[in-house]
Ligand binder design. Structure first.
Ligand code: UD1
Ligand code: UDP
Length: 364
């Protein structure tokens, strides 16, 4: 079976690491990896290929940044070309980015079966570009690999045939387990940043719903500054956020207790997450990783696709509106708390094998 895997953005490289490894273990599986080039800074792309032993992409389409229509359209045309040049039995896409949607559309138009990994997530907020991408991708897909029961339920409610849906767990959990030891051995980030275990807050911000609204972005910056007056904060800054701060002329000033750094590699990120006393984020992946490492998390959004984290008490939504010092006081209360223990909604760390088994059975 020959699969075309399409990746393009940071979280997709991380997710693909687990599946690529599992595919390599099955002799009859052949993977052709295409990078759309949606993310291209070395700290947003190359570092993950190097650290996570992901095969070098067979093609990089070099699409780069752009408005949604332009970026997705360019990907669609380039991916169609790839599909015309090579016969594939299936196309694998991950998550909810523009690369995901372009891959699903290109494949389904060429009548190549689409496998969507991380299917069924919903925020029910159609203003989010990710929500449109994931709904359309799910409905174009032939096999939907849902990480959670809630994701399965969402797909069923939308009328997707039950035999297309497989609850497989979360590939990000596989990767988190696989690289935990390597991170402990290799990462020097805590020393480099002079951080003490459980005595700092880790923050990440990049969602369009926050970065593209100057009031929200300014509130988040003031919120993080306020936190840093209580406990050191470290913020690996996403390039989208860096750009938005410039465009909206919002000052983000580092201090001794507020470190603003370049995006870090995955191994350093694991160590920052594990050792933080609190994580403040709007990232989908980081919310879950907080849970994997049992670190309380506040999510600066109005809703989350990972509702089970909220239900289990590990994650609290904080809308990025209001008085920043009040928001900070709310967030600080979660330090030292924990949610329900002993619940594993994301599978057993063998999600990639589960997925490859589904593929082997479907395409045998
Ligand atoms: C994309 C995904 C989002 C995902 C995120 C992961 C879409 C619509 N959004 O958001 O779902 O959570 O990736 O990180 O697909 N830029 C750089 N260097 C890079 C990449 C981006 O400078 O390597 C800057 C550019 O100014 C670009 C901006 O970041 O315009 C946004 O990049 P883009 O890929 O369009 O969206 P993300 O915000 O990264
Ligand atoms: N991540 C990383 N370095 C960073 C920030 C995030 O390695 O500086 C990892 C993080 O651990 C998680 C993934 O990137 O595995 C999440 O990606 P991101 O937040 O960009 O996107 P989302 O998950 O929100 O789509």
């Amino acid at each position: 079976m020959k699969c075309l895997t399409i990746v393009g953005a940071r979280p997709q490289f991380i997710k693909a690491a687990s599946i690529s490894r599992a595919l390599l273990e099955v002799p009859e599986m052949e993977e052709y990896l295409v990078h759309t080039g949606q993310h291209y800074d070395p700290s947003m792309s190359d570092i993950f290929f190097a650290e996570l032993d992901i095969p070098k992409p067979d093609r990089n389409l070099g699409i780069g940044s752009g408005l949604h229509g332009l970026q997705t359209g360019r990907m669609l045309a380039a991916l169609e070309d790839v599909l015309l040049q090579h016969p594939f039995d299936a196309v694998i896409v991950y998550g909810d980015t523009n690369s995901t949607l372009a891959g699903a559309l290109a494949a389904t138009k060429r009548h190549v079966p689409v496998i969507h990994i991380e299917a069924g997530l919903r925020s029910f907020n159609r203003q989010m570009p990710e929500e449109i991408n994931r709904v359309l991708t799910d409905h174009a897909s032939d096999l939907l690999m849902a990480p959670t029961q809630l994701a399965v339920d969402n797909l069923r409610h939308e009328g997707i045939a039950p035999d297309k849906i497989h609850r497989v767990g979360d590939v990000m959990y596989d990767v988190a387990l696989y690289y935990a030891e390597k991170a402990e051995q290799q990462s020097q980030i805590l020393n480099h940043l002079n951080l003490q275990a459980k005595q700092f807050i880790l923050a990440t911000i990049h969602r369009a719903e926050n970065t593209d609204h100057p009031e929200r972005l300014a509130t988040i910056v003031a919120f993080l500054s306020e936190l840093s007056r209580n406990i050191p904060v470290v913020l690996p800054l996403h390039p989208r956020t860096r750009q938005a701060l410039q465009i909206h002329n919002i000052e983000l000033a580092p201090t001794a207790s507020f470190q603003i750094i370049e995006p870090v590699g995955y191994l350093d990120m694991i160590m920052l997450e594990k050792n933080a006393c609190l994580i403040a984020t709007d990232s989908g992946g980081v919310q879950k990783e907080a849970f994997f490492y049992q670190v309380p998390c506040v999510t600066l959004r109005d809703e989350t696709e990972w509702q089970e984290l909220v239900d289990l008490g590990w994650n609290t939504l904080i809308t990025a509106q209001g008085v920043p010092s009040d928001l900070a006081q709310t967030a600080l209360k979660f330090i030292g708390t924990s949610g329900t223990l002993g619940q594993y909604p994301y599978g057993n760390g063998k999600s990639a094998h589960h997925i490859v088994n589904v593929l082997t059975n479907a395409f045998a």
